[in-house]
Design a protein around this ligand. Structure first.
Ligand SMILES: *Cc1c(COP(=O)(O)O)cnc(C)c1O
Length: 425
């Protein structure tokens, strides 16, 4: 599948049945796998042979789907996790430990912000957040001797900031550490961060990849491009023997293309157990089969909605990277060639009461704390996710009280616009 184009990979990569095998990916609904001898099984435990023994670590259904996502992103290896949160935690914790430091874009998903700044801080992992629009000097100043990873989101949820992947990758590599990019919003159909220098790519597959609001999940992809051995002192977990696997050194035994995901599976999945269920992996794969057909429609709808919202006097501002007026338009064209995702945010005159009244009137877009669904949905952060903040705090956080985030689904754009029009009136 390496030389096939993205749509063909969406449909067929990851699973190739042999003569007489099921055409569709089989759901291997089994916690365990049977062996004839304990020697056979022992080899699996020692990572001497590859195979399955317990679904907390690996399951064939998941691996077919992970292989498809690796092909889509242009990586060498991938794994599925139970959620996007687990994917970002595993990707970071696979190379960070107590005493490590992370440089992260400040404009990221709230859940990831809390994960890094609160929960990982309790584990002794320190972070410096930097604006995605910082100067080179500000970015440079964020690095410390104990920095082990750089993190950002290709399009931030919900701020819709576009991340300059190439620039941040160069800065990370100059300091001998990898760049991890959460590529949930654009998906590999619109952006493949590895092509711009990212080393590890993560996903909340809950969003566009599933695309039907049906299954929570996550994924981690390794580019195979980061040379762990050349930076061995920084990453002892990959470059020195693992006593829990008879002294295997991951970067030696599995090479540059396999070390990261093997260690993440063998240690983190074994010990923390955030596996995606094979049922969810099957549902995720159904979503992936149409990802390349759905993404252009989400973007067409978002572009039309954003352009419509530039005119009504009740709307004070619209944010969508596909708009020429958007601060990130040029960067979005470079990395995505379009607006990049189906999410648009806009501010209504009259603050939270206007936003609430407006959303109540919408007939197609339902009020939900979700995005990237086939069905359009919307949210007013001031009365939901950010309701503990005062008006002043909301403005400071860049989320004015009248802000509405709308995720444009797969309905026809004429109907979405007509719905917005009647609600605004
Ligand atoms: C939703 C989301 C997450 C978290 O994913 P879950 O599947 O909800 O755990 C992480 N990153 C981004 C960009 C997201 O939109």
């Amino acid at each position: 599948m390496k030389n096939k184009s993205i749509g063909t990979k969406c449909v067929q990569a990851g699973y190739t049945p042999s003569n007489g095998e099921p055409r569709q990916i089989p759901i291997i609904q089994s916690t365990t796998f049977k062996y004839d001898t304990s020697e056979d099984m022992g080899k699996l435990f020692d990572l001497e042979a590859s195979g399955y023994f317990y679904t907390r670590l690996q399951n064939p259904t998941n691996d077919y789907v992970a292989a498809k996502i690796a092909a889509l992103e242009g990586g060498t290896a991938a794994m599925l996790t139970s959620s996007g949160q687990a994917a970002n935690f595993f990707a970071l914790f696979n190379i960070c430990e107590s005493g490590s430091h992370i440089v992260s874009s400040a404009s990221i998903y709230g859940g990831t912000f809390n994960l890094i700044s609160v929960t990982m801080a309790k584990m002794g992992i320190d972070v410096t957040f930097v604006s995605p629009d910082c100067t080179d000097e500000e970015l440079e100043a964020a690095f410390k001797d104990n920095t082990r990873a750089v993190f950002g989101e290709s399009i931030a949820n919900p701020a819709l900031t576009v991340f300059d992947i190439e620039r941040w990758a160069k800065a990370a590599h100059a300091h001998g550490v990898p760049l991890i990019v959460d590529n949930t919003f654009p998906t590999p159909v619109n952006c493949r961060p590895i092509e711009w220098g990212a080393d590890i790519v993560t996903h909340s597959t809950t969003k566009y990849m599933d695309g039907h609001g049906a299954a929570v999940g996550g994924a981690i992809v390794d580019s195979g491009n980061f040379d762990w051995m050349a930076n061995a002192d920084k990453f002892p977990g990959l470059t020195t023997p693992d006593d829990s696997y008879h002294g295997i050194t991951y970067a030696e035994k599995f090479g540059q293309g396999g070390a990261f995901i093997t260690k993440c599976t063998a240690q983190l999945m074994r010990d923390l157990g955030c596996i995606q269920s094979p049922q969810h992996a099957f549902i995720l794969n159904l979503g992936l089969e149409s990802l390349h057909v759905r993404m252009p429609k989400h973007i067409e709808n978002a572009q039309a909605v954003a352009e419509f919202l530039e005119n009504p006097p009740a709307v004070t501002s619209v944010s969508y990277p596909g708009l020429k007026s958007n601060k990130y338009h040029e960067r979005a064209m470079k990395y995505f060639g379009n607006g990049g995702c189906g999410v648009v945010s806009f501010e209504l005159k009259g603050g939270r009461s206007a936003a609430e009244a407006f959303m109540k009137k919408l007939r197609l877009a339902a009020i939900e704390t979700h995005v990237a669904d086939a069905r359009s949905c919307c949210l007013n952060p001031a009365t939901s996710t950010h309701r503990q903040l005062s008006d002043e705090q909301l403005i400071e956080a860049g989320i004015p009280a009248g802000l509405v985030r709308m995720s444009c689904g797969l309905e026809d754009k004429e109907d979405l616009i007509a719905d917005l029009e009647q609600a605004l009136n």
